[in-house]
Every structure is written in structure tokens, then in C-alpha cells.
Design a binder for this molecule. Sequence first.
Ligand SMILES: C[S@@+](CC[C@H](N)C(=O)[O-])C[C@H]1O[C@@H](n2cnc3c(N)ncnc32)[C@H](O)[C@@H]1O
Length: 479
Amino acid sequence: MVVWSDVVMKKNVWEDQSKSRPADELALPQYFRSARQLAFFLLEAYRTEDQFVADSLQQWSRRIDLSQQDRRLAMEISIGVIRRQLTLDTLIESQLTRPREKVEPALWTLLRTGVYQLVMLDQIPDHAAVSETVELAGKVGRERWKKLVNAILRSVGRLLTTDEVTEPQANAVPLSAQRFRCLTTDLFPDPKVDQAGYFSRAFSYPQSVMTDWLSRYDSQQVQSIAQWFNQRNTLYLRTNLLQNSRDELLNELQSAGIAVSPGAEPQSIRLENAVPLESLVGFDAGKFTIQDESAMAAGNLLSPQPEETVWDLCAAPGTKTTHLAELMFNRGTIVATDVSPDRLEKIEQNASRLGLTCIRTQLINTRGATLPEEQFDAILVDAPCSNSGVLGKRPEARWRLEEHSLQELQKIQQDLLQTALRQLKPEGRLVYSTCSFDPRENGELLKKVLTQFPERQIVQENLHLPGAPSDGGYQALVR
Ligand SMILES: C[S@@+](CC[C@H](N)C(=O)[O-])C[C@H]1O[C@@H](n2cnc3c(N)ncnc32)[C@H](O)[C@@H]1O
């Protein structure tokens, strides 16, 4: 059987070739005192050690001596570069007179950070993007890089115009919805001739992913999905209805000056602007949980009742488990299982913050030896998946959407569903959910598994397309 950790370890496959180069000789500074320097090292840790930006930030928290604004800029650059690397590479390669392989990988990272600022960040003047990036080469002890950095950034700068169009064209870089910045020359494939090629290079996705999406959706839909994952995430809060009503929480947040509006799910609240999470009043008191609206739909579809016995099979870190407990008014039993002990602890922390006591956590292994033995009224299978519906929140995930990983995941998803269906009471109900909008790990897979359980059927399916209006995902209710 394939183990989940084997799958998640395969991060950063896109950049495998450059990993073998000895760029990690660059010493981490004792303190990060500039946003660009921090962004550069976050990207290098991602490239050389497959380390997520958020994990590096946590690991280096004591070394970071930056204002909130500079921290945000470092995040914006590092996450933006991971997302838009293929667009940035297209621009850099167009101005390079030597083969890319002749450029040190860490220098390539630096070039990407500079080009990202030049092309994508309106608020940074071009001269600052160039000079700060050149200077950073010196600060990281690579004086010899300065000449190339200066030359490439200046020539990329000369490609840029202030003209904008609202539709894809071969000389246009997508910036935001219906905003494409024109270049002086055609750098991308002509979208009228090679749509997948244009979407791939201009929006920065593997070509195979664009071809796949275009086989299922029309080009306007693919464009909005591709764009939506490239922009700032919209955050949603799930009101803890055991502590306050949604209106009470809306009023409290509005009084604290935070722009919010009610979402489509009965508990959801949409944050209209990006706000530092620490400014959200009521988090420590357990008044809400940060959860995307489409993920809230999973708990609402299962609709667990007080006093029921519920199994949340892939529960960690407990965002959905705690929702189930809230829906059950904290009465009954939820068995929350997962294969990851560290992540299991997070369920307990979340439950305690929200004042929920009906959750029993249990570590299971992938061979099933430690599975709970009872039969359940309701089961949630929130399976590990490709994450194709949340590519905006997981900037590296688009580079790992590969056929062979999908096949490994499908095996896990099938096993989990079979295990769960065997422990469902005859009159019980099950929700299968993923944060993917790919039918191969959603409805198609579920229907295949259900052929072995002819007494069960799908009674409702929800497909959330990314950006309409929140993250992508899928849920099916089986009885
Ligand atoms: C999509 S995440 C679950 C998110 C969680 N339901 C929530 O809302 O917070 C998938 C989880 O499945 C777990 N997992 C992977 N393989 C598993 C298996 N064979 N059995 C149970 N859990 C597994 C992973 O450790 C991961 O925590």
C-alpha cells in the first residue's frame, strides 16, 4: 500500500534538476533586516530543502527583525515567485544570452525575485526593484552576480510597457482579473493558436495541467480559475455557533474596524480585505475558526446530530472535526483518527480553544490495525488529495500535480472509502470530500468504489469550482 507520507515528501519535483547544485553554501544571515533578503532565503530553503515558506518563517522567527509591512512584502515576493515561476522564467530566458544551465540556481532565484517585483508589483518603482536586487547580490556575498542581475533586470524592464489589455494575447502578462500588462514583444505562445501553451506560460502552470483543465472547461472558465489561484486568497471564518451567533460575530468584527460580510453557508463570514490574523478579535476565545466556505459545506452536508456516534477518518488538524462537534452541540461522540501524531495533537488544541469536549482522537496506521471497531451513524472521509482546488493557498502544489502522484492518491482514497463504508451502520450516512475539483479523485472514484457496496448510493454531490466564490472542492453524501 502507498503511504501518504511518501506522497507528501515528493515536494518541489518541478525543480529537481537544480537541487543538485551546491547553492546551499550561502550562509543564513544572523538577522533578516530586509524583506527582499528574507524572501530570497525563503525561496532558497524551498528550492534546496523542499521547505514550505510558512515552515521556514516559523523556524527563523527569532532571526526576523522586520516590520509587519516588510514581512508582508517578503511573503508576497516569495509566494508570488513560487506561483509565477514559469512566467518569470519565460521573461528571464528571453533576455539571457547563455543557456539557463550556465546560471547558478541561487542566482536564478535572485533574478526571479527581481523580475517579480518589476513585473507584478505596481507599488515598487522599477529603479528600486533593480537596485535593491543588485545590492542584495552583494549582501549575500556574491559580488560576481551583480553584473548579470543588473543587465537582465534592466532589459526585462525595457520589455515592459504601461499599456494594459483585458484579454489574453501573446505579448500580455496577466496581473489580475481582466488586467494584462503588455510587453513590447510577443514572448508567450499565441493564445489563439496554442491556448494551453499560453495559459501555462502566462499564468504559470504545468502545461499538462492546463491541457487537462481545457479538456473539461471552456477557456473563459480556465482563465478565471488560473487567475483566481494567482491572486490574494479570500479568507472566510466559521462562526462557532455554540459561543455566538453569526450576527453577533459580524457586529463584533465590524466594530473592531474589520470589513466582513455574511457568506453562503449558515456559519460563514467573508473577510473583505487582507487583515493580520492577530487583529481578529475573538480567536483565542474560540468564537470562530478560519475555514474556507467550500470546506464548511462538508460538515453541513453530513449534518451530524447530537448524541450520534461519528467517525472523522482523516481528521487532522481538526478543522472539520470541530465543525462536526459544533453541529452536534458538543453532544455525542466523534472519533477523530489520523496517521500523523503531530497533526493529531492540533485537533486537541483546536477543540480546547473552541470549548469542545466530545472529540476522542486516535492515532491509526495505514495498515488499518488500530482502526476503531464500532459501527458509526455518520462518517466523514476528508481524503488526502492533489489539492487542485486550493492551489492559491498552497503555492507549490501546482508543480506537483502529476499523473503518477494522482494514481498513488487514488489508491489511498479507495482504501479509505472501503474502510469507512465497512464501518457504517446500515442506516448511516457518509460524506466523501476532497479539496480537489478533479473528477478522477472525486465522483469517478467514488462511483467505482460503490460498485462493491451495491446497497449504498450517492444522494447528493457538490462540486465547488475554484473562485466560485471560494476554494475548489468536492463533497458527496452517500446513504
Ligand atoms: C485533507 S487532510 C484532512 C484535513 C482535515 N479533515 C481538516 O479539515 O482539518 C487529509 C488527512 O489525511 C491524513 N491521512 C493520510 N493517509 C491517511 C490514512 N491512510 N488514514 C487516515 N488518515 C490519513 C493526513 O495525515 C491528513 O491529515
